[in-house]
Design a protein around this ligand. Structure first.
Ligand code: BG6
Length: 524
């Protein structure tokens, strides 16, 4: 794990044998069902959804009575759709394709072309689904995946409901998975929730956040609540502060048009970063039932102190990347990316300091940051513990007296490390910081997956734990609302203010340095 500005040495890994006895447990296969994908000709379908479904089939977690109906605007026959996804899988499959299994799988794929906003399409869709339901014995269970632009979310669900396609009865279920962005601000998120809840019940709505599909994110709960040693010190008596960083080296890729209307704050904070905060900071749930876990997460989101306008000015930082060099290559400025206006004031970086108003966290700052075209691609959570109460080692140079840090590495490295001080061998007492590292790959091997398998499977078995409830989405927007308001009223005047390949604007470092703290940066 190469790292900026540290003299870290690696300790030897503990042997993998410790976990050798853990055998994979077979899971329950999904219920018989039809998955209806709105936006079937889009990128998400070919890159993630189809490879994820295939992986589920391979793991025997897909029911034998299963089918997919892809809906898109482009006219295409079912045969052409099958050919297209077979071709796409050559590029996007994460596992080796077994020809027999693929043949079984692809025969279950169907295509239906139509315009999502056209009311006339839905009765035809209903007839098509009834026929496929009979052919594949899927028991009338349907789930709809809205892989579309957000303006279609409301109209699609209303039209489904108007045609009894959301109607459940004792025998069959109907569910809908809604992609992000869920709203553009608090008001629009509330309006969308109301629109959906007028025609469907909360139990039928699965608001997806792909961060919750990541093993390492799910592991935050296991790490905290399945181990006796950390929870007693997981509070303000022992923890100095928490840092959550999602640093990306990519720019806006081909999504300039969307991104310029969203910006880093909307794109990452109310959703992915709020998930990381809530899992890190929540109280232990009394069970792993969906609503019990989500109640605890919601409580934390509600306990985040809203920033006043004055606080927004001093506790938040925004930035936009200029040109620069990253991985040895010259990168364009954000304003020169495709689809981005040359005078864009949209932020591609955000950092902020938040406070959680409850007994566990009072006085413990949570610093978070995310940005594009930064010096390293890394998502991690740093729990920094308080320093030892008095300094026995006064003669040790201060920079080597590092505080203990527990780092939950979410991606691309997946693991956990604990940093502590050790005596550097030699005749004088000199301390260095060392890391005790656990890497997933060393213990469990790497399991190629798309990150969507667990979430799709959960929807097929009716488990909403890893999906966002209406109140959670709104609480996430409540946190960023004051920031959006102040930023809108005071457009930035110094953009671009960080070079591609750097670690963001200098003000983001100042945000911590003012408090005597430093970001931990990982280059890879
Ligand atoms: C998406 C954002 O939700 O998450 C992207 O729209 C971002 O801008 C992406 O790059 C990050 O996801 P991951 O899984 O690559 O960390």
């Amino acid at each position: 794990m190469p790292e900026n500005g540290s003299d870290t040495k690696k300790l030897t890994q503990s042997p993998a044998d410790a976990l050798a006895n853990i055998a994979p447990r077979p899971g329950r296969s999904g219920d018989p069902c039809i998955m209806v994908i709105f936006g079937a000709s889009g990128d998400l379908t070919r890159r993630k959804l189809i490879p994820a479904l295939y992986n589920l089939a391979q793991a025997q977690l897909l029911s034998r009575e299963f089918s997919v109906v892809g809906i898109g605007r482009s006219p295409m026959s079912t045969e052409d759709f099958r050919k297209k996804i077979s071709e796409d899988m050559k590029q996007f499959a994460t596992t080796k394709i077994d020809p027999d299994l693929w043949e079984w799988f692809v025969r279950r794929m169907h295509y239906f072309s139509g315009d999502f906003k056209d009311k006339g399409m839905y009765p035809q869709l209903k007839t098509t689904l009834e026929k496929i339901d009979q052919d594949h014995s899927t028991h009338g269970n349907y789930f709809y995946y809205l892989a579309t632009a957000p303006e279609f979310f409301g109209p699609i669900v209303e039209n489904l409901a108007a045609n009894s396609l959301m109607e459940e009865n004792g025998q069959r279920w109907r569910r809908v998975i809604v992609e992000k962005p869920f709203g553009h601000d608090l008001e629009s998120a509330r309006a969308l929730n109301q629109q959906l809840l007028r025609v469907a019940s909360e139990k039928q709505i699965y608001r997806i956040d792909h961060y919750l599909g990541k093993e390492t994110v799910q592991n935050i709960l296991a790490f905290r609540f399945a181990n006796g040693i950390f929870e007693p010190i997981w509070n303000r008596r022992y923890i100095d502060h928490v840092q959550i960083s999602v640093t990306e080296t990519v720019g806006v890729e081909k999504r300039g048009g969307y991104y310029d209307t969203a910006g880093a704050l909307r794109d990452m904070v109310p959703n992915h970063i709020m998930q990381l905060i809530s899992l890190t900071a929540m109280e232990p749930p009394i069970s792993f039932r969906a609503d019990v876990v989500r109640d605890e997460q919601a409580k934390i989101l509600h306990a985040i102190q809203p920033l006043t306008a004055e606080e927004v000015l001093v506790r938040t930082v925004r930035g936009q990347y200029g040109e620069g060099v990253l991985n040895g290559e010259r990168q364009p400025a954000y304003r020169n990316e495709d689809g981005v206006p040359s005078d864009s004031k949209t932020e591609t970086f955000v950092a902020m300091k938040l406070a959680i108003d409850n007994w566990r966290w009072a006085g413990v700052p949570f610093y978070l940051r995310t940005g594009k075209r930064l010096g390293g691609h890394n998502t991690h959570i740093v729990i920094q513990f308080r320093r030892a109460p008095f300094v026995l080692f006064r003669d040790t140079p201060v920079e080597t007296l590092m505080p203990n840090q527990l780092v939950l590495q979410i991606q691309p490295q997946e693991g956990i490390s604990l940093r502590f001080a050790a005596k550097v061998p030699g005749p004088v007492m000199h301390l260095g910081a060392v890391d005790m590292n656990f890497a997933y790959a060393d213990y469990f091997g790497t399991q190629p997956n798309t990150g969507y398998e667990r979430l799709l499977h959960d929807c097929m078995i009716g488990d909403q734990t890893l999906f966002q409830r209406a109140d959670m989405v709104e609480a996430g927007w409540c946190v960023v609302s004051p920031v959006l308001d102040v930023w809108k009223a005071l457009p930035p005047r110094n953009f671009p203010n960080y070079a591609s390949g750097s670690w963001g604007p200098k003000e983001a470092d100042d945000l911590l340095e003012r408090d005597g703290r430093y970001w931990r940066n990982f280059e890879k």
